[in-house]
Design a protein around this ligand. Structure first.
Ligand SMILES: [Zn+2]
Length: 389
């Protein structure tokens, strides 16, 4: 049974995905911070020619900062005047004492293209390096845009069906046209286009695989989702009541116990993450069998932990040594199968010459530890305190 639990009571929105009560993902999204991609109808409060910028009230705690002349080859906005209403997008979210960094050259992000309704530039992502691909994408982009908007062709466009690329551009354009149509009568300052939330993204990935229920404290949210999946409203404290805070805190620990008596030790380092497997006590059965069973348990749990902790980049796993080639292959198969349920892609590269399992997991968002822990103030995160004598 797969469930989503959604809590809104604290300073951040909290989203948990569970399978039969076990925590699979625990996400955090700050509710107040103006995040990038949000589009606002703002009011210019002060133009500062000396700084080539203007302060724009977007209705958030701090004024946004908008350059007067944006450095885009094909975008030229109207001169800014105090009191003027202006549609702006957050390019860099507000941080500390600094307000959001804004742009008038709005970009709508898709998987295969970036659509820029304010300019007519056709570009190709720098991540596409093949000269033929670049030329073909430029031609396709120019055809799709027809000088109605600007487009940047992303790397995924090189592998996608041209019809799918066109379809995505059309839907982004339709989305923008709906926003633009609402602008003249919108209240200023206000947010006129909300960026996709983590819940939107989770539902998009997980609904097709089947979600049995969404449990939330937010009655309005439950009502808005009622047509898409079964929703249940509970009183505040959903995460605590379902034991998910405890499970989340356990996932911040280095050591994870395996059912058969072995354990994993997970150490995220600067350049890579190391997962060490420690064996269970040898219990009468053959050594080969004990080792194989511990390693199978270990790779299944490691896949769950990589997803839960949202570890990205290189991961090296030190399994217990296996002499038989069949066993080594079976363990790798079990690892790949367990990883297939993760919505973030992990590539298993196989065994290194020293017998470590080498993987790379795509980096997305922040890790569980970045969201839910801070370095120990006593030792500064080093884990040791120098002796005085
Ligand atoms: Zn410490």
């Amino acid at each position: 049974m797969t469930r989503i639990l959604y809590a809104t009571g604290g300073p951040a929105r909290e989203i948990a995905l569970t399978e039969d009560g076990a925590l699979i993902e625990y996400l955090r999204e700050d509710a107040s911070a103006a995040s990038t991609e949000a589009i606002y109808l703002g009011i210019v409060r002060r133009v500062m020619p000396g700084m080539s910028a203007a302060f724009v009230d977007i209705g958030e705690e701090k004024m946004g900062f908008l350059p007067l002349n944006e450095n885009s080859a094909t975008f030229a906005g109207q001169p800014l005047r105090t009191g003027m209403r202006v549609a702006v997008q957050v390019r860099r979210a507000a941080q500390g004492t600094k307000g959001a960094f804004l742009t008038r050259d709005i970009t709508l992000c898709g998987e295969t293209v970036l659509l820029m309704p304010m300019n007519r530039h056709i570009g190709v992502s720098a991540r596409v390096t093949d000269a033929e691909d670049i030329a073909a994408l430029k031609t396709l982009g120019a055809e799709i845009a027809g000088e109605r908007f600007g487009l940047v062709m992303r790397r995924a466009a090189a592998e996608a069906d041209p019809q799918a690329v066109r379809g995505e551009a059309d839907s982004l354009l339709a989305h923008w046209e709906a926003v633009a149509k609402a602008l003249p009568t919108a209240h200023a300052p206000s947010m006129v286009d909300r960026p996709r939330t983590l819940l939107d993204a989770l539902l998009e990935d997980e609904l097709p695989r089947g979600i049995d229920a969404l449990v939330t404290e937010d009655a309005a949210l439950a009502e808005s989702l009622a047509g898409r999946l079964p929703c249940r409203v509970e009183e505040a404290g959903v995460m605590e009541r379902h034991g998910l805070i405890r499970q989340r805190n356990e996932a911040l620990q280095r050591r994870v116990q395996l059912p058969g008596g072995g354990n994993l030790v997970i150490d995220p380092c600067e350049a890579l993450t190391v997962i060490d497997v420690n064996t269970a006590r040898h219990s009468g059965e053959s050594l080969r069998r004990t080792v194989l069973e511990t390693n199978l348990e270990a790779v299944r749990e490691a896949a769950r932990q990589m997803r839960l902790r949202n570890l990205g980049g290189i991961v090296l796993m030190d399994l217990i040594d296996m002499a038989e080639e069949d066993d080594r292959a079976a363990v790798l198969d079990a690892l790949r199968e367990a990883l297939a349920r993760d919505r973030v892609k992990t590539v298993v590269h196989g065994y290194t010459s020293l017998g470590l399992v080498e993987m790379t997991r795509k980096r997305v968002r922040r890790t569980l530890a970045q969201d839910w822990a801070e370095p120990c103030p006593r030792c500064g995160g080093s884990g040791i305190i120098p002796r005085q004598a």
